[in-house]
Structures are given as C-alpha cells and as structure tokens.
Ligand binder design. Sequence first.
Ligand code: NAP
Length: 310
Amino acid sequence: MSVLRIAIVGFGKIARDQHVPAIAATPGVELAAVASRNASLPGVPHFTTLDELLRHGTAIDAVALCTPPQVRRGQAALALAAGKHVLLEKPPGATVAEIAPLLAAAHGARRTLFATWHSRFAPAVEPARNLLSGRRIGAVTVAWTEDVRVWHPGQGWIWEPGGLGVFDPGINALSILTRILPRPLFVTAAALSFPANRQAPIAASLALADTEGLPVRAEFDFRQTGVQTWDIDVETDGGRLTLSSGGARLTENGEVLVDAPEAEYRGLYGRFVELAGRGASDVDLAPLTLVADAFLLGHRSTVEAFEDER
Ligand code: NAP
C-alpha cells in the first residue's frame, strides 16, 4: 500500500500538539507539507496558504484542516476540487448545512471526507458503548468544565460567531454521548451564558432526551479553575458507569474497568488511512446538530465580560 502524503493546513495548537506526533506514529501516512500564514516546520515544505500549496503542485494526497471552523468549508471545497482526501478537525464546520455539498463533492471525486471526532477514539469510549448496549439506562449527567485561559489561550476565533465558545470542548462530550448511547438524542431545553463582550457562550446548561424519555443533563463551563472535569455519569440497572478524563477512564460503581493512556489522534489517523484507501467518507453530524439546536432553543443571558488576560 502506498503512503498517504498529508499536508497540515493551519499550524496552531492542535496541529503541533497532536497532528504532527500522530502522523509520525501512524503507519501508512507521512507529513508532506504545511500551509500556515505564521508557522513552519523544519524539513517540511511550507506554503502560506492552501491555495499556494495546491498551485505549486506539491505531491500530496490529502489535507488535514486544523484551522478554525469558520474558514474550513472553503478550504475543504478547494482541496476536494483538487482531488485530495480531506480530514476535518472538529467541529466539521461553522454551520450544519455546509457539510452536505462537501460530502457530495467527495463522493463525486471518489475521495474521502472524514469529519473527525477525536474524543470517540478515547480508549474507554467503545468499552462504554459495548457495556451500555446491554443495560437499561436510567439517567445521564455530563460535567465538562475547563479553564478557557489554560486550554484556549488567545484563541479569538472561539468567541466569534461560528466559534462555538464553550461548545468547542463541549461538543467532544456530545460526540461521546452520541456514540455510547443506544438511541439518537435531541435537545429539550438550553440555557446559554454570553459574556457581555463576546459572540459565543462561556457556559451552557443543556437538557436532552431520547425517544424513550431518557433524561440527560449536560453542564459546560469555561470558567472552571483548579480541578478540570470532563466526566459522563450513566446510571444503569447494573450500577453507575463513569467515563472520566474525557473518555480515557471507565469505572463501574467505583471499580476501574479501563484506564489507558490517551492515543486518540493515532486512532484517528489510522481510520483516515483506512478510509482513504477505499475513497470512503465518514461524516456524522449528530454532535454539531445538537449544538446548533442548543443555539436555536437556548434561553440567553448576559454575564460578566471575558478578557483573556486577568
Ligand atoms: P489555534 O491554536 O488558534 O490554531 C488554529 C490555526 O488556524 C492558527 O494557528 C492559524 O494558523 C489558522 N487560522 C486561524 N484563523 C485563520 C483564518 N481566518 N484563516 C486561515 N487560517 C486561520 O486553534 P486550535 O486549538 O489548533 O484549534 C483548531 C481546530 O482544532 C478547532 O476547530 C478546534 O476545535 C480543534 N481542536 C482543538 C483542540 C485543542 O485542544 N486546542 C483539540 C481538538 C480539536 P496559521 O497562523 O498557521 O495560518
């Protein structure tokens, strides 16, 4: 099998922290170029924009779009038109409807469109899904609270329209929920807190349900200092399952079932290599749809202005 030559587009935090090491650690894929207005990587061909990279004719098979969601649709369309496979960082776009034309373009060109949800590759997620498939589920609670100054320093795009605010990490919880629960979820109520000087929520409280009336409560908050929490608790007829540390650890009634090192992006690139080998796509819009519905249904309140620097 030939190696999938990938260009990373947008060289910010996630490109450096996860994509570069995951590409290096995954068989069947290599980093062939970087497109970034501000950054480069020694020894790797560099271009300022994706357009420049494509016009130069550099030999690549695929792009990994690590830019903010507001600019990704145009980049994906450009790459697909040039015959490249496309990996989209999460969330797949700034709107729900912009993805269908991309998927059609990928099908038409027999190329891969992979809308990634990295949290679904966390080690305890599939074990949790398998366990829950045999259980009666009574209630689900999600607590996804982190310090935005620690995890998203200076990321102005997160506060702009389409940047999702606290749903930028919160959608990871929703990507896990929509994977592990047996039936589709929908939002029944939402409360969104917008800083007075921002266009995206800093906190959100969601009520969700499924067709069997399963109650799901989810709390997202960017103002958490100290201990950070990325937990999902599921009450079942066999006891309480807790998926913690963003899906790395699973306990049942306090007993540890899974506690494994994080390797989400290696799993994600393994999946991309497999999909590109067949020209198949993998696009699940359920998490983004839930966020969009929270914006549709949410009561809005204005809270204290947010500044990056205290
Ligand atoms: P980031 O550090 O702000 O990096 C984004 C990069 O995109 C910037 O470095 C910039 O790259 C490029 N960019 C920004 N605005 C642009 C524009 N208007 N036009 C073209 N390029 C632009 O953000 P990030 O944390 O890496 O997040 C990027 C995506 O990955 C987001 O969708 C986020 O949800 C997702 N993600 C982030 C994390 C995390 O922990 N940070 C985890 C998982 C997923 P250049 O200066 O290089 O052009």
